[in-house]
Ligand binder design. Structure first.
Ligand code: G3I
Length: 361
């Protein structure tokens, strides 16, 4: 009896130790926790980030991931008879292990697409039927592989022209006309009837382009094509979009009964559309040195505050917000002689002032 009594304090002490150590490993609240009652918070990732210091930030802040490049046609299907699954599998397996949602990106695009799709053995364009058959085989193979693990797909990416034409002139339209778009959605739906299927594009707040995207999506919906949502990429900058442009876009696409997701959010510290992109050959204006100035930081946090105020206002229509890249350490916007600082985490993976504006509500 005596020895049993001695054991009680020991048991209590070890229980307390386990409780304290469990609590101390509980990370601080992340974006996903602040927005639990609104929409999933996601981020585009590269396989290497899932086994480096970024992985802790990704798991603490986000509940959804998107492969930045690994599932595009070129990287995943470089030759007709060859698929490269390693990088896409790494990302999906990480998500499954950590109970994260996955947005597949992207099944049909004009960029990062291998030329073999469009030509025959003599180097001439294949017929429309052959191209559509190849597209169907690609989509069926990729979507079936991840069925039940990928909840949403960017089925067609950036098919609308930036200029005055309706559709972007690509090998897809040259060979198959506009029909490739509806076929891509039909193939994806057949491969996974439970997946949520998105049309994805950028500059969706510019009225002229927004109207063309609306016309495309209304036409697809009217024909009964299985398109369920629109991905507004949200490559914005300190000067775009306005609140009015943003609210108008959400209202217009929601009126079609589509889910709205912001799929590639970043806010460039250089003004202009599409992330303040330097047009090829455009000289970097002298004042735009690669320094994250206090003025840039203030302008950026005001823009982040505004867009998240709008996202929360339309939480009934917005079903996801995904950042494009994890931190300022690496952003697709770097290059052409300048560094950009478009995200909520700095180059040391620490939250910036804009982060606290996004979570303060
Ligand atoms: O993988 C090759 C590597 O083997 C090679 O050594 C290296 C140098 O040539 O290139 C590597 O491929 C690069 C790829 O990113 C992976 O890093 C491509 O050149 C490069 O063009 C590609 O850029 C990607 C870009 O899409 C392609 O258009 C960016 O990382 C990616 O962030 C960006 O993402 C797009 C979305 O998919 C669609 N919306 C716009 C967004 C920004 O452009």
């Amino acid at each position: 009896m005596k020895t049993h009594l001695l054991k009680i304090p020991l048991l209590l002490a070890s229980a307390a130790f386990i409780f304290i150590s469990a609590k101390s490993f509980k990370e601080v609240k992340g974006l996903k926790d602040y927005y639990k009652k609104y929409f999933p918070m996601g981020v585009a990732v590269r396989p290497s980030e899932l086994s480096s210091e970024e992985s802790k930030l990704i798991l603490n802040e986000f509940s959804s991931i998107t492969p930045e490049n690994a599932m595009k046609m070129g990287p995943i299907h470089p030759r007709e008879d060859r698929y490269f699954w390693r990088d896409a599998d790494t990302i999906v397996n990480f998500a499954v292990r950590n109970k994260l949602k996955v947005r597949g990106h992207t099944l049909c695009w004009h960029a990062q697409t291998p030329n073999w799709l469009f030509i025959d053995s003599t180097g001439n364009n294949v017929s429309k039927d052959v191209l559509l058959q190849r597209l169907k085989s690609h989509i069926n193979t990729v979507v079936s592989r991840y069925k039940g693990k990928i909840y949403a797909w960017d089925v067609v990416n950036e098919a609308i022209a930036d200029g005055p034409e309706f559709l972007r002139k690509t090998k897809w339209t040259e060979i198959a006309g506009e029909e490739f778009i509806e076929k891509a959605f039909e193939y994806a739906h057949a491969a996974d009837p439970n997946a949520v299927l998105f049309y994805n594009d950028y500059n969706t707040e510019i009225p002229a382009k927004r109207d063309k995207i609306f016309k495309l999506l209304k036409g697809l919906k009217d024909k009964g094509v299985p398109v369920h949502g629109v991905g507004l990429q949200a490559h914005w900058s300190i000067s775009t979009p306005t609140r009015e442009e943003l609210e108008k876009s959400i209202e217009m696409f929601s009126s079609l009964g589509l889910q709205v997701q912001f799929t590639e959010l970043d806010i460039s510290v250089y003004s202009g559309r599409q992330g303040g992109q330097l047009i090829q050959g455009q000289q970097q204006p002298q004042q735009q040195k690669s320094v994250f100035t206090a003025e840039m930081e203030q302008q950026q946090l005001e823009k982040y505050k505004m867009v998240f105020d709008v996202f929360r206002k339309y939480k009934k229509n917005v079903t996801g917000v995904t950042f494009w890249n994890v931190s300022d350490k690496y952003t697709w916007l770097d290059g052409r002689g300048r560094k950009n600082f478009p995200l909520l985490f700095d180059q040391e993976l620490k939250p910036k002032k804009a982060y606290w504006e996004v979570v303060k509500f």
